[in-house]
Design a binder for this molecule. Structure first.
Ligand code: PHE
Length: 379
């Protein structure tokens, strides 16, 4: 009797141990976490990236999965707020036991989530954060896009050599690490190349009235205004710039990329303006065109840069897990660091010493509210 009692306890203990052991890391599923702004002023960033990533996961699972398991994606909305980004990344790692994290798009949010991934030794791949400090957080943090010192060079060259303009004003969002970083890199690079910065003005994301800054800018007679900021603010800025009689081209960066950029009166206000970004949907490259087809079929929408990049972030993560033969975070991190000439939808991806990808940029022109290919700039 007593023996039976003890062996029953032992069996129960083994059962509990096995069940909890199985749940860690997902059992017959590989759990991957994602955080992004599915709501809030940068919602198209999160929606596009989750759509791109879901496509990568779905294709992988349809083709049999990974390491004999299916991949399950757990996505949380951080509303585009750094504090919320921290909360959801913590939840992904501590409650959901994900083995890797993909996100964020906005650099300020990636900078909030990355330290948590680093501390817990969980690999994180940001699809689209371009601020250099993001991957500098630690050896578990990677990205599949170029960084802002390069983007600053791209924009400087374009303004000086293609548009042949020299006097530029700068308008930046002081609440946004991406904006302030890119503005600084641009200021240095543009001056180095012989350009002149005639005025620097700032605002805070979410502001509604930009007339004071735009009036100060107008007084300095710039030939163009560089605005490294996100689409919701740029939409309003462009309308108000035209209202006060500023007619010069507004020049932007990848944060402009959203179908919402040219909504309403901004469609006319931004006509003939330019911004730098990661991909052009007009690129005839079969990989790009095939991705557009698949994305359209699934979502009934055109993919933007975030969708392409998030898809690629998923692909290199799967590749690293395949190479590692395990989802063990440390081994996956080591394989991510070794990715070379991986053929993604956004081109060849090679991860360098700083865990960044070296890739070309494109300049798009806004025409009739659409983004038209203007030129490619090689690294
Ligand atoms: N590069 C931006 C950032 O770091 C995010 C972004 C990427 C936005 C691509 C739009 C398109 O904050």
């Amino acid at each position: 009797m007593r023996n039976l009692f003890f062996s029953m306890i032992a069996l129960t203990a083994i059962a509990i141990f096995t069940i909890s052991g199985c749940n860690k890391g997902g059992g017959d599923e590989i759990l991957i976490g994602e955080y992004g702004s599915l709501t809030g002023p940068n919602a198209t960033f999160g929606i596009s990236s989750t759509n791109g990533l879901k496509l990568a996961v779905e294709e992988l699972n349809n083709a049999g999965g990974l390491l004999n398991k299916k991949v399950k994606l757990i996505t949380y909305d951080d509303q585009g707020k750094p504090s919320e980004a921290q909360t959801v990344v913590q939840r992904l790692i501590k409650n959901d036991n994900v083995v890797a994290v993909i996100g964020e798009v906005a650099s300020s949010n990636s900078k909030a989530g990355a330290p948590i991934c680093q501390q817990n030794k969980i690999p994180m791949i940001t699809p689209a954060s371009t601020n250099p400090e993001v991957t500098a957080i630690g050896d578990y943090i990677f990205r599949v896009c170029f960084i802002d010192p390069f983007q600053a060079t791209v924009v400087s060259k374009f303004i000086l050599n293609t548009l042949k303009l020299k006097k530029v004003a700068l308008l930046k969002d002081v609440k946004n690490a991406y904006s302030t970083g890119l503005a600084d890199f641009f200021e240095k690079e543009f001056k180095n190349m012989g350009g002149e910065i005639v005025e620097v003005q700032s605002f805070s994301a979410g502001d509604k009235d930009f007339k004071a800054q735009l009036t100060s800018i107008k007084a300095k007679n710039p030939e163009a205004i560089f605005i490294p900021a996100y689409y919701t603010d740029v939409n309003l800025i462009s309308i108000q710039a035209r209202e006060i009689g500023l007619t010069v081209p507004l020049i932007g960066s990848d944060g402009w990329e959203s179908e919402k950029l040219t909504e309403g009166k901004a469609k006319d206000a931004l006509e003939g303006c330019y911004f730098s970004t990661h991909v052009s949907t007009e690129n005839p490259d079969p990989k790009i065109q095939e991705f557009i087809k698949k994305y359209k079929a699934k979502y009934n929408a055109m993919p933007d840069a975030m969708a392409f990049l998030a898809y690629d972030a998923g692909l290199i993560l799967f590749e690293a897990m395949k190479k590692a033969g395990t989802t063990d975070p440390e081994k996956v991190k080591n394989e991510l660091a070794k990715i070379k000439d991986f053929s993604g939808v956004t081109g060849k991806i090679s991860i360098n010493e700083q865990r960044n990808a070296i890739k070309p940029a494109v300049i798009l022109e806004i025409k009739g509210g659409q983004f038209k290919f203007k030129e490619t700039v090689q690294p």
